[in-house]
Ligand binder design. Structure first.
Ligand code: BGC
Length: 764
């Protein structure tokens, strides 16, 4: 018998019940959200209230609207004029401290009220010192290191006068065709929540007022990663329940960690562009989650609501955005042109603008800009590329490398390997290894794999013949030379993948094969009778089943950044034992997309034993018996979520729970044996998944609920213990977060596919 629900410590008061909310079945806990993270102290300076109010009282309506206006450094004299008149609140992309101080002095000293500007920039995976792209960082499953990297990014960016970054991108993506998959943390909401929160903490530090802190921006709110067919800016069709259970969770975690700002997304979801979506921004983000930070549009997104066909003109688009409680207009100028008239016509209440201005002034106050509006022009010389920053970049690049295959222990290379043939277009491509969104990173600081190999083995022992100049090159020119020289080599190292411009914003692909003649190169290399080690440097998962089959060992390195070369070489020689795990499923073929581990079971789940295309005899009559949800031709993925090998071998056994039955306010103590059965010390990312067997909404076959990096010496064995609060096991049904009573499976393993299992019940 189901009894009535217990109340989970409600941290938010739910004020709205959206129209789609379903009747809540009796057994369900009808409580508010349990938040996954919480801050002990506020990064905001909450004494700002009276100060902000006193400024607001002095502001004209034009000056208020000016605070909502974001301009670009390239706006030149118009920017200066507006700064002088108090008609701009923030500026994008000034990277020279002198330039910033110049425009800031106009705002502070020449405008009537002297309100300082905030300088914002896309600092996505490093400012000068470039870390791996976020998808690569996610392979580390290491929130502490990611937080440290974001701190370094903040130190370098703030040295240039930047106090606001448009990062982290916490869009869930199940589609490697989408070029922006590179910028996020992959397909899992728990992983993206944990890593997104870590980045926010790193950027913002303990207090925004620290001059090295920069305001973070969780983007793109919301659902952008589900862009139809992987084409950028495309429409999405995500139901409210799916939105809340998958796409909104990482945003919620960022809000919980006091992310200073949130950016609305370009996409229209179910017909409503996010920038004008009152339900999404006003009701869910502000009223349900209690978010009182700044909301900024994406670039020109207010005007684009006209292109979407949602608004007749910029005026009606402005009305939608203001009503959705969107504070800052990035680059469209629609607020500047229309708000005043909309107020005069009685369609907007000035208090709506006042609220937006208050949020912006509070942010500026918390950043300490009223006290110290200028940046120290001497900082860049010590902050940029500081040795400790470079070292962290290498550490994170090493943790982000994923070992996909290692037949006959080809890796790490032993002392018997003296001469190496190095080939492929990405062995020595200093710019390409940095990945997308690196406006400020300088390729001259990159250390390429070729440079690092020469350093490691001596120039004379590295035979270098790239064969292809760049990843799309179709002319395999040096192949004959490779064939000739291969007889001198002990192994062949092939560096293939994608130039950085092939992923990122507006760079989507319909085919995920290796570009140009790279596949042919691997095929030719595989016939030379030497072990071929393939290193893929790319911005997304690629469909490389053939190349994997033709290689003895494969390392995958999502664009690894400035220190990619040394990180890869340290891995190749075994100083770094790989521990990276995939944050996203690798499909065998594009036709399987979207393919993700946390899918629902369906009424006819496949068990992998169904007929394959070649099993069907010609003329077989149609039958409706035994039909399952699967493809006749491709059943499995190439690699499951969470997959990644090591030079060590790990064995999981004996998963025990402290009880069989739990109350909702209990914690599950699970213990298991983790054994390193090899002679090599290593680190394993142990992953815990659950399955809610039956629920008011069908739930995924597995959901990541916890992970930890565990170090084990050679031939070492540990009894590992994790504590998982039962209130983490819930899901959203409408605007209610609920943990249902009933049976759950719990799994532990080194990837989402290969796990040991136990079960328990949740009681009420
Ligand atoms: C992107 C955002 C970015 C903004 C500002 C847009 O095109 O979608 O992610 O922050 O530009 O550069």
């Amino acid at each position: 018998m189901k009894t009535s629900a217990k109340t989970l410590a409600p941290l938010l008061i739910l004020m709205f019940t959206p129209a789609f909310a379903q009747d809540v079945p009796q057994k369900i806990d009808n409580t508010s959200c349990k938040i996954a993270f919480s801050c002990e102290t506020s990064v905001y300076d909450d004494s700002s209230g009276p100060f902000v109010d006193s400024i607001l009282k002095k502001m004209t309506l034009d000056e208020k609207i000016g605070q909502l206006n974001q301009m670009h450094w390239e706006d030149g004299t118009l920017l200066e004029e507006n700064a002088r008149k108090g008609l701009v609140g923030s500026v994008m992309s000034i990277t020279n401290p002198k330039d910033f101080n110049k425009i800031q002095s106009i705002a502070v000293e020449e405008s009537r009220l002297g309100i300082p500007l905030i300088n914002a920039r896309d600092v996505i995976h490093g400012f000068k010192t470039i870390f791996p792209i976020p998808l690569g960082q996610a392979c580390s499953f290491d929130p502490d290191l990611i937080e440290e990297a974001a701190r370094i990014s903040a130190i370098e960016a703030s040295a240039a006068g930047i106090r606001w970054t448009f990062s982290p991108m916490v869009d869930i993506s199940q589609d490697p065709r989408w070029g922006r998959i590179a910028e996020g943390f992959g397909e899992d909401p728990y992983l993206a929540s944990t890593l997104g929160a870590a980045m926010v903490k790193g950027y913002q530090g303990k207090s925004l007022s620290d001059p090295t802190s920069i305001a973070a921006c969780a983007k793109h709110f919301a659902g952008y990663g589900a862009s139809e067919s992987g084409k950028d800016y495309n429409s999405t069709f995500i139901s409210p329940n799916r939105l809340r259970n998958l796409y909104l969770r990482p945003f919620h975690a960022c809000v919980d960690n006091e992310v200073a700002t949130i950016m609305t997304s370009f996409n229209d979801n179910d017909g409503i562009p996010s920038t004008g979506n009152e339900w999404l921004v006003k009701e869910v983000l502000r009223d349900e989650w209690g978010y009182n930070g700044v909301v900024v549009t994406d670039w020109n997104a207010i005007n684009e609501m006209v292109n979407h066909g949602y608004c007749e003109d910029a005026r009606s688009a402005t009305l939608k955005a203001v009503n959705a409680s969107v504070d800052i207009d990035m680059m469209s100028r629609a607020y500047m042109a229309n708000i005043k008239h909309l107020i005069a016509d009685g369609l907007i209440n000035e208090s709506q603008i006042d609220n937006a201005v208050k949020r912006i002034l509070r942010l500026k106050y918390s950043l300490g800009l009223f006290k110290s509006p200028y940046c120290d022009e001497t900082l860049p010389s010590t902050a940029f590329y500081a040795p400790s920053h470079i070292q962290k970049a290498q550490e994170l690049a090493e943790e982000s490398i994923v070992l996909l295959k290692n037949d006959f222990h080809t890796l790490p290379l032993g002392p018997e390997v003296k001469k190496i043939l190095v080939t492929g277009p990405l062995a020595d491509a200093p710019y390409e290894q940095l990945g997308t969104w690196i406006f400020d990173g300088d390729a001259q600081h990159s250390i390429t794999p070729l440079a690092a190999l020469r350093d490691e083995f001596g120039v004379e022992n590295i035979i270098y013949e790239p064969c292809l100049e760049y990843s799309r090159d179709t002319k395999l020119e040096g192949l004959n030379r490779v064939k000739e020289k291969s007889s001198d080599a002990d192994v062949i190292l092939a560096f293939v993948g994608e130039e950085s411009i092939l992923s990122g914003e507006a760079h989507s692909l319909a085919s995920l094969f290796l570009q140009g003649a790279q596949s042919q190169l691997i095929k030719e290399l595989s016939q030379l009778g030497k072990p071929v080690i393939t290193v893929v440097i790319a911005g997304r998962p690629l469909t490389i089943a053939n190349e994997i089959a033709q290689s003895s060992a494969v390392l995958y390195s999502f664009a690894p950044g400035t220190m990619g070369g040394p990180a890869i070489v340290n891995t190749i020689v075994g100083r770094n034992n790989p521990s990276g795990k995939l944050p996203v499923t690798f499909p065998m073929t594009v036709g399987q997309i979207p393919m993700y581990y946390n899918h629902n079971n369906t009424g006819r789940p496949s068990d992998g034993t169904e007929l394959r295309i070649d099993d069907i005899s010609v003329g077989t009559p149609q039958t409706s018996l035994g039909n399952k949800s699967y493809y006749l031709d491709y059943q499995k993925c190439l690699y499951p979520f969470g997959f990644g090998m090591s030079y060590s071998d790990f064995k999981y056994s004996d998963l025990c729970l402290d009880k069989n039955e739990y109350q909702v306010n209990d914690s599950i103590i699970l213990t298991f044996n983790l054994e390193n059965t090899s002679d090599v010390p290593g680190i394993e990312v142990a992953q815990v998944y659950i399955r809610d067997i039956h629920a008011g909404l069908t739930r995924p076959v597995k959901e990541l609920i916890h992970f930890e990096r565990i170090a084990l010496e050679a031939n070492d064995k540990k009894r590992v213990s994790f504590s998982i609060p039962v209130d983490k096991l819930g899901y959203w049904l409408g605007n209610k977060y609920i943990v249902e009573p009933g049976k759950f499976d719990i799994f532990v393993g080194g990837n989402s596919d290969d796990c040991i299992k136990n079960s328990f019940n949740v009681l009420y």
